[in-house]
Design a protein around this ligand. Sequence first.
Ligand code: PGA
Length: 265
Amino acid sequence: MKRRPIVGGNWKMNTVRTSAVALGGALAGEAARTGSGLDGVDIAVFPPFVYLEAVGATLKASGGGVLLGAQDCFPGPAGAFTGEIGLDQLLDLGVRIVLAGHSERRHVIREPEELIARKVRAILDANLMCILCVGETLAEREAGETDGVNERQVRSALAGLPPTHLARLVVAYEPVWAIGTGRNATPADAQNAHVQIRSVLAGLFGADAARGIRIQYGGSVNAGNAPELFAGPDVDGGLIGGASLKAEEFLAICRAAAQKAARSA
Ligand code: PGA
């Protein structure tokens, strides 16, 4: 089955209003340009909450179809949840896609798996796309637990999802030791982990459904290593942190995904 690659730019707690708008504008402007080399790839950006509205307006004005994304959400209806941001509020701002289970939220903020599962369900119930991030720490990798950790995180977040939600689901395999470290998985390691994750998805939802779910790689992807990391048949684009803060570099990564899609067309 042909899967359309998706590349996300997770800006994390970076940018201020002017740089966020400038970055979003540069990406959307290029995505809208005929001959940009970006056909065939979905592109999403995840600005800080406080700039979603400004970046969303810029994306809309430029055209080009870059998806507005949120880095997190609260998985429940409006109410007394000080400091949280709800899905109705994100929908109101034009958000189309939301991250869940990013390693910084799992390991730095200490979000439990049960909360991540509630977020995934709430995001998809709200008719939004969801990127579920999974991946092992260095200690888990060295203990030979990579596959077990990925399986546990995928199962705990996704078991019981209705089949109708799966078209809006993306999984990001992001080994924690590769995030922001400049140390990426080898293309073979990434492909192997993606195959294993897809087999877990097949166990949950059936082989046909699993073949349709996009699995991105994340962790120190840059313009130089993207072509080889994306080359694996089960690697459907990437989730990009540091390198997504520079328009030209992020666009080069998106083009690498588009070229892969063109090759496998
Ligand atoms: P990085 O971050 O590209 O800076 O390693 C990836 C991520 O956190 O999604």
